[in-house]
Design a protein around this ligand. Structure first.
Ligand code: NAP
Length: 289
């Protein structure tokens, strides 16, 4: 029997409708719409497409989106100046920086300059530190902290799948600060026992075979095969890579569907929910102000 498909796009549609109503109420109250600013540097086509997609989705929900674009030869100093202008604008509620960046511009330097109250991707030291201080989801909820949207999306899909998290063995493949690491931390906060794997993990399949939950966040298309999984596990695929014109996840969809109980596919799984969770963070930022 094939795995249940976890339709992140359908869940995201419902969440976005509710968030759109919140955005409209906020605009009525303060006289201008909630606003997201995006800093893009260089000519990466995936980043450009991502920005176009964010503009289309957010504007259709009553959010004002400003994109500041700098050329690939831009210096870090110039980038910081533009970032300061965006964060200093009183009508901007949240600011995000798209990656990849050109070599002359350090991501860390830009993030260090973001005011935590406009850091809607949850990457500044304050938000990130508060996230890791929390030991349980209850503790996290009680704090005034922005959690990285992709990690939130992964947890939401797991909940939608009905998978029991407390006591489950979870494997996260990929340990980046933006996806894998915060996803692993949220799973630990939900009382799963988490193994965080990466490119130097020896014999990844050994860990996969034990896992009730597998989160794919390596960006290696079709690298996770059904034959390496425990029968009946839940797979949340956060990987997104273009293979030719096709968007592919890290899971080898066909073989994984035969082994897993449920799978969040690519496209239509984590991606749309990440978009919705970023908007939720933005509205929280706007309402707090
Ligand atoms: P990243 O910074 O490049 O990190 C990739 C991680 O995967 C690293 O920790 C790396 O290990 C690990 N890795 C690479 N090859 C591996 C292998 N063969 N076996 C095990 N681990 C391996 O990427 P990222 O920013 O975290 O993004 C990961 C994926 O998620 C990408 O496909 C990206 O496009 C996607 N993404 C999706 C969303 C969404 O909303 N759906 C949002 C953000 C990112 P090392 O640490 O040892 O190098």
């Amino acid at each position: 029997m094939g795995a249940k498909i976890l339709r992140g796009d359908l869940i995201a549609g419902r969440i976005l409708s509710a968030l759109g109503a919140r955005a409209a109420a906020l605009e009525r109250k303060r006289g201008y719409p909630p606003a997201l600013a995006i800093l893009r540097i260089g000519d990466n086509p995936a980043s450009r497409a991502y920005a176009r997609n964010q503009i289309r989705i957010y504007e259709s929900r009553g959010i004002s989106v400003r994109v500041a674009e700098l050329g690939s030869k831009s210096t870090e100093r110039a980038a910081l100046k533009v970032l300061d202008r965006l964060t200093g604008d009183p009508r901007v509620d949240g600011v995000i920086v798209h990656t990849p960046l050109p070599p002359a511009v350090r991501f860390d330097a830009l993030i260090a300059r973001l005011p935590p109250e406009k850091d809607v991707e949850g990457l500044t030291l304050r938000n990130y530190g508060m996230l890791y201080y929390a030991k349980t989801l209850q503790e996290l909820k009680s704090k005034d902290v922005f959690v990285p949207p992709t990690a939130q999306a992964i947890l939401m899909l797991l909940r939608a799948s009905g998978t029991k998290l407390a006591g489950a063995a979870a494997v996260v493949v990929g340990r980046s600060g933006i996806v894998g690491r915060p996803a692993a931390h949220l799973l630990s906060c939900a009382n799963a026992t988490v193994t965080l794997c990466h490119s130097k993990t020896a014999n990844l399949a050994r860990y996969l075979r034990q896992a009730d939950i597998v989160v794919c966040a390596a960006g290696r298309p079709r690298s996770i095969k059904g034959s390496d999984l425990k029968k009946g596990c839940t797979v949340i695929d956060a990987g997104t890579s273009y293979v030719g014109a096709k968007l592919r996840g890290d899971a080898d969809a066909e073989s994984v569907r035969n082994a897993a109980r449920a799978i969040a596919p690519v496209p239509g799984g984590v991606g749309p929910l990440t978009t919705a969770m970023l908007l939720a963070n933005l509205l929280n930022a706007a309402e707090r102000r």
